[in-house]
Every structure is written in structure tokens, then in C-alpha cells.
Design a protein around this ligand. Structure first.
Ligand code: SF4
Length: 475
């Protein structure tokens, strides 16, 4: 039963059945090693029970890639900025005050992430790499889980030199960084490029250990590689995380809308061939599934005000700082969705507010965005009659609606995601536990030279796992 304008709703279905992780097909390749540890995972590691504090830093936007699904413009990728030391100095007091406030709260945060994006950080000079690693290490030694985005496009020697520069900085400051490696299936289809690409990815893996394989899903993705090819690539190479980012910029809404049903089918198929025992995660499954599973939970009974207060509280924990010092928020859904100026959500908050007022300003900003989200889902006719009205406000759907507005049929779901949410729900009803504890499993591979015991998350063996296989793409 949908939400009403008074915020009351009646569950339209009983609680969905949730089975244990487990199906009959075997886990493949290196992932068997990770699966051995899965049985020891406690239920408390389920993603929706984890408390993550997340700071996204738009530290550089240059990139040699050309993913259509990327949130950077072509001009930014070539001429975009890289943060100088002054910007890091300017931002630091805000970040420290933000962390201090949350760590003094009642919430026991299981993960504190500082993610540097959006360009290819392997394009940075050794000095610039050193700056980022040193800055991260200075925030909360031994506690911060750092991430950098990388695309590994370019000559082998240059990528190898850069990887070594990052690795030495990490060792020097005892600060490991995880790599969000953006993988472009289109590039693998180009024969002259594929070998170098594979060598570059293997090089990153050797130095950084495991990494998160990201695909910025665009209108060209479904025709570049099938879900089966992507899965074969993941399994053959023992990747533990597949992150599919579906974040169309407002300027690209038309291009996405033209192939929208193809994109949704591709995502749906990628989910449907996944099995828990394969030992890898697809980001949106454990992120969105718990909200779908909880369609009849207390939030339904309490109404939209409860949903909004949940949304505001989460927004206040996930901030995004752009190159000009503006602070906005993110929501995790089909990727980490930045709800800031880039995606058409203006913000007035900057990092220049007095340190003791940081919590107040972040809370105000989160409340304003929460109100905007609530207004959209209450005032849009299709949402008012939809069973996902308690789900979509939590998963960044507003950004999809914002970018696709005017390109999708008027009467339907404004964000175009309802068919995919239906598929997720049906997949769960068929007995697949998409909320099972398989997200952020301990990594098998840790950065070269790092003691797993000293890293924020327990890890098992050193180094990467040798050459990269592209066999899946040749089948
Ligand atoms: S955005 Fe679509 S799926 Fe979400 S509540 Fe609105 S109509 Fe339903």
C-alpha cells in the first residue's frame, strides 16, 4: 500500500522470505579463499547494520578515460583541477570537526571512510600522491579507510611509476588506500588496448592488494559487455567487489533515456546471475535490498516523517566536498550518488564555517536536502501510488529523477527505476538473500608490505594474485 499525504500507509505484503546465503553453484577461482572466511561472519556485519561515516573529497577530476556514464565532463577530464596543498589546509579543520563530532556521538561507527575522487589519481605526481596520503594519515591514524579513484588508462611504464609512488607514500605514512578502479568494458573490446589495460590493472592489484571494480554504467555499457562476460571477468580474477554506478548527469539525461530499458535489463541480469557463494558483491544489492525487505517495517507504520528523519540522519553522515569548498551530501543506491552542484542540487554550505559550528551547519544542510527529497516523493503522483515510496528517498533516486525528467514517459516512475526495484524484490522472494553478510568482507589481498593486523579491516594475505585474465571477454 502506498504512502499517503498524511504519511500513513498500510503494508501491501507480508515480510519477504529471506533465505540463508547459499545456492548450489560453486564459487570460482580465487574467491574460494574468501568464501572460507564467510561462514565466520557474524550477522552484525550485514550492511544495513553497519554504521559508516563517509567523507568524499573531490580532490582531482582529470582522467584519460571516456566513460559516457562518468559524472565528469569531457572538458574537466582534460583541464580539470587538482587540489593544491592550500585547499587541503583549508578543508582540514572542517573535516576534523566533522569527524570529532560524530565520534563523540552515541553511534558506534564500524567504518570511517575518506574517499578521494573523481578522476584518475594515478595521473598525479609523486608529490601530489604524497600530499593525499599524508593528509589522510593525519586525520585519524589507523582508523581511516582511505579510497582513491583510478582508471589506469595510459602507458604501462607511466602507470607502473605512479603506482610505485603511491605505494611508497602509503608505506612511509603507514596509511593504506583502497582503489576504486573504474573499468571501462568498451576499452577491453579494443584489441590494441586490452593487453596494456590488463597489465595496468594487474600492476595496481599487486601494489594495493584487492580493489573495488567500478563500472560507470552508461548508454554504451550493455552493448560493450554482457553481464555474463562481466561476471566471468570478476570470477576469473577473484575480484571481491563489483560496483555499478548508475549516475546520469542532468546534461546526459536524454542519452541515458534513449537506452534506459536496455540499461535496466543489463543491471537486472547482472544481479540475477549473481550467487552469494561466488564470493563477490554487487554494490546496489546489499545497499537497496534491506530497504525493500523492510517494506512492512516500522517506517511504514510511522509514515513519511520517519522516513525523512532517517534520510536526514544518514545525509548528515555522508558529506561531499568539491574543489571550491562547497559541502553537500551523498546517498548510496545504484552507486554513491552525489547530491550536490554537479548533479543539480545547489548548496550554500562551505568548509569555511567556524569549526564549532560544523555539526550545526551540516545538520541544517541535511535537513534542507531531506525536505527537498520528501517534497518530491510526496508531490509526484506516480510516487504517491507506489510501494517503494519508503525506499526511493533513501537511495539517491531523486538524482535519477532530476536528470531524466522530461525524457521518460510522463505518467510512469519519474526516476525510471521501478522495474528494477520490482526485479530486486522478485529475486529476493525467490529465495536469494541480497542482504547477506557479503559486503566488505575481509580482503584476501592487502597492499604489498602492509601488516594486515594494523589495517582498519582484518585482511589475510599479502599482495595481488598475478596476471589478469581477460578470457571472459573473448568468449
Ligand atoms: S521514484 Fe519510481 S519507484 Fe521510486 S517511489 Fe517514485 S514511482 Fe516508485
Amino acid at each position: 500500500m502506498p504512502w499517503t499525504m498524511t504519511g500513513k500507509a498500510v503494508p501491501e505484503d507480508s515480510r519477504l522470505p529471506v533465505s540463508q546465503c547459499g545456492d548450489t553453484a560453486p564459487a570460482a577461482g580465487h574467491n574460494q579463499e574468501r568464501m572460507a572466511g564467510r561462514t565466520d561472519m557474524k550477522a552484525s556485519t550485514r550492511l544495513h547494520e553497519r554504521n559508516e561515516l563517509k567523507i568524499n573529497i573531490e580532490s582531482m577530476v582529470r582522467c584519460g578515460g571516456s566513460c559516457i556514464g562518468c559524472i565528469l565532463s569531457a572538458d574537466e577530464r582534460v583541464h580539470g583541477s587538482v587540489w593544491p596543498q592550500e585547499t587541503f589546509d583549508r578543508v582540514r579543520p572542517f573535516v576534523v570537526a566533522f569527524l570529532r563530532h560524530h565520534l563523540r556521538s552515541e553511534i558506534d561507527f564500524t567504518e570511517i571512510s575518506v574517499a578521494f575522487g573523481q578522476g584518475d589519481h594515478l595521473l598525479l605526481s609523486p608529490e601530489e600522491a604524497e600530499r593525499i596520503v599524508r593528509w589522510t594519515a593525519s586525520l585519524m591514524p589507523g582508523r581511516v579507510n582511505g579510497f582513491i579513484t583510478a582508471s589506469v588508462i595510459g602507458r604501462r611504464e607511466r602507470v607502473a611509476r605512479s603506482v610505485e609512488a603511491w605505494h611508497s607514500a602509503m608505506v612511509r605514512h603507514s596509511q593504506s588506500l583502497n582503489v576504486d578502479l573504474v573499468f571501462d568494458p568498451v576499452k577491453v573490446g579494443i584489441e590494441r588496448f586490452a593487453e596494456t589495460y590488463a597489465a595496468n590493472i594487474a600492476c595496481v592489484r599487486d601494489a594495493f592488494g584487492d580493489f573495488d571494480l567500478n563500472i560507470n554504467v552508461g548508454p554504451d555499457t550493455p552493448r560493450a559487455a554482457s553481464p555474463e562476460q562481466i561476471q566471468a571477468f570478476v570470477l576469473e580474477n577473484g575480484f571481491s567487489r563489483l560496483t555499478l554506478n548508475l549516475v546520469p548527469l542532468p546534461a546526459k539525461g536524454g542519452a541515458f533515456a534513449e537506452r534506459w530499458s536496455e540499461i535496466l535489463s543489463w543491471l537486472s541480469r547482472t544481479m540475477k546471475i549473481w550467487r552469494a557463494e561466488y564470493g563477490y558483491d554487487i554494490n546496489f544489492c546489499p545497499t537497496i535490498a534491506p530497504y525493500i525487505e523492510g517494506l512492512d517495517d516500522r517506517l511504514i507504520e510511522a509514515g513519511m516523517p520517519e522516513v525523512v528523519s532517517f534520510v536526514e540522519e544518514r545525509l548528515a553522515r555522508e558529506i561531499y566536498i568539491d574543489g571550491e569548498g562547497y559541502v553537500s551530501h551523498t546517498q548510496a543506491g545504484f552507486g554513491d550518488v552525489p547530491l550536490g552542484r554537479r548533479m543539480g542540487f545547489p548548496t550554500r554550505l562551505t568548509v569555511d564555517v567556524p569549526e564549532d559550528e560544523v555539526p550545526k551547519h551540516v545538520a541544517t544542510s541535511a535537513r534542507a536536502l531531506g525536505a527537498r527529497i520528501a517534497a518530491m516523493f510526496l508531490s509526484t503522483r506516480a510516487c504517491a501510488g507506489c510501494g517503494y515510496q519508503a525506499v526511493c528517498p533513501k537511495i539517491g533516486t531523486i538524482a535519477l529523477a532530476n536528470s531524466l525528467r522530461g525524457y521518460l514517459p510522463n505518467e510512469g516512475c519519474p526516476a525510471g527505476v521501478k522495474p528494477l526495484l520490482d526485479d530486486i524484490q522478485a529475486f529476493m522472494k525467490a529465495g536469494h538473500d541480497l542482504t547477506c553478510p557479503c559486503y566488505r568482507l575481509p580482503q584476501v589481498h592487502v597492499p604489498r608490505g602492509f601488516d594486515p593486523a594494523l589495517l582498519p579491516h582484518a585482511k589475510q594475505v599479502q599482495g595481488g594474485s598475478g596476471p589478469l585474465s581477460l578470457e571472459g571477454f573473448r568468449s
